[in-house]
Design a protein around this ligand. Structure first.
Ligand code: ACO
Length: 446
């Protein structure tokens, strides 16, 4: 180790910069010293393997349960600075995109790396719009579900089933095939979701209308009844479009990692998307918006908020919609969602649960428990209130997350496939179980 450097650290002074982008490691078991290259403030875990006591040793690994400090890939799609509350897709801030862009344009940006020209946008919109229909057999498949089946379960199953309809999707290293599956996935997710919703109501399916926007058509497939032409309310259509922009990608979260991990086995993108959708279903991830609404209903009134917070601080409950692995500041998406909530309330009437939510936020932002743990509202805290006001049942909330996130999943999947450094994902373990032992016949076991 550089003695000057180590003594300055001991003296608590700023260490002098030596100009060497390396990390010096001393193994105190052997006294050996290793110099590991640093790139982008990161060391390669595989460089640790040279650190051994005996030549025959496997070599050192890093232990990181839940990957709290491990980069699984390099990426150029989404940037987050969790301390500063910054989120950007391909360099564009979420605030600017949510104000000026549309979901389909943002999806193009996420997938292609650049904003589209007018011709590219027209072509992209045309292709996505003309891939919204699903095979009639999928309808029969949906008919097999109970009327009270959770729509996320139906979505996971039907998106997985798409792989059986499009065997060409297995050709994952063919760029034309990938493009086609991308149109299909982005185009068909709203149709699968809307059909699942209609099935749960026992209503006939409403087919896509190619004259409408992406979100306008989705509202049409969900809510159309006897009208010859469904005309979405422009405020609700735009609100949903902005919510879709906010949910389009979020770098290496649980579901994107599932997409990359499952996709790394070179399975088709429909199967990988089904895995990502399943990962999103959990209440700690995309299921949180559903959990928030159930929590607000359980709290029931503003007066009950302090008692509920007391239970949270005692570790008996969680304040759903609060906290984030990456954001240690206000989630920038939550600020935008809060604004949209009021725009939707202007059309649909004020959702009374907003008062309970605001009181939870007010108390939490002042309370030492939440302040010291840097727990702020995340994107899911207010989305449920909007969805409920728009007439969605709570079970549809995670589905409304999965639809727009498909753009991010596909972009992450394609980036992984084309990355020369990636291979099939296969983490290591630290085995702490039994050493070898002899089989005991059944009659001799106690
Ligand atoms: N309510 C109460 N306490 C919380 C909450 C919460 N929502 N979130 C974290 N904490 C506490 C933990 O108990 C822990 O306390 P401790 O240090 O005394 O043990 C501390 O804050 C740190 O939390 P971790 O669990 O270590 O944070 P982690 O990064 O593992 O978890 C997560 C992040 C899963 C999002 C967590 O904050 C959570 O469960 N939140 C509620 C669910 C939720 O809203 N999920 C949506 C996330 S956004 C998304 O996926 C779109």
């Amino acid at each position: 180790m550089n003695p000057a450097k180590s003594s300055s650290i001991l003296n608590n002074e700023a260490p002098s910069h030596t100009g060497r982008d390396t990390l010096t490691v001393i193994d105190n078991r052997t006294g050996r010293q290793y110099e590991l290259p640093i790139t982008h403030d990161t060391i390669r875990a595989l460089d640790l393997r040279q650190i051994k006591v005996e030549d025959s040793d496997f070599g050192m690994m890093s232990y990181d349960p839940a990957f709290t400090n491990t980069a699984s890939c390099t990426s150029r799609i989404t940037f987050i600075d969790g301390d500063k509350g910054i989120l950007r897709y391909r360099g564009y801030s979420i605030e600017e995109l949510s104000e000026k862009s549309t979901y389909l344009e943002t999806a193009y940006l996420i997938l292609h790396g650049e904003l589209p020209s007018q011709t590219q946008l027209t072509e992209w919109t045309y292709h996505v719009t003309h891939h919204t229909f699903i095979h009639e057999s999928i309808k029969k498949f949906l008919d097999g579900f109970h009327y009270d089946a959770h729509p996320m379960g139906m979505l996971i199953s039907t998106v997985a089933a798409l792989s059986t309809f499009y065997p060409d999707a297995k050709d994952i290293f063919n760029a034309d095939s990938r493009r086609k599956q991308t149109y299909r996935l982005i185009g068909k997710m709203p149709t699968l979701a809307a059909f699942a919703y209609r099935h749960s109501l026992g209503m006939p399916f409403a087919y896509p209308d190619n004259d409408l926007s992406y979100t306008g058509n989705f509202l049409n497939m969900l809510f159309r009844t006897t009208e010859l032409k469904y005309r979405p309310n422009p405020t609700l259509e735009r609100a949903l479009d902005v919510l879709f922009i906010l949910h389009a990608d979020h770098e290496q979260n649980c579901s994107s990692s599932a997409m990359r991990g499952v996709g790394s086995s070179h399975v088709d993108p429909y199967s990988a998307t089904a895995a990502a959708t399943a990962a999103l279903y959990g209440p700690l991830h995309g299921g949180a918006n559903e959990a928030v609404l159930r929590m607000l209903l359980e709290i029931g009134s503003v007066n009950n908020v302090p008692a509920y917070i007391k239970h949270v601080k005692a570790g008996e409950k969680k304040l759903m919609g609060f906290g984030h692995r990456v954001y240690k500041n206000y989630d920038p998406r939550a600020k935008i969602v809060k604004r949209i909530a009021y725009e939707v309330f202007d059309v649909m009437g004020r959702n009374p649960l907003i008062d309970i939510a605001l009181e939870c936020e007010r108390i939490a932002l002042e309370d030492e428990y939440f302040v010291t743990r840097k727990l702020y509202p995340n994107v899911d805290f207010y989305t449920g209130l909007i969805y409920q006001s728009m007439g969605f049942p709570v079970t549809m909330f995670p589905v409304l997350f999965a639809i727009p996130r498909t753009a991010g999943w596909v972009a992450q999947w394609e980036e992984m496939l084309l990355d020369q450094e990636q291979k099939i994902w296969r983490p290591r373990q630290v085995y702490l179980g039994h050493d070898v032992r002899s089989y005991i016949p059944l009659d001799r076991r106690s």
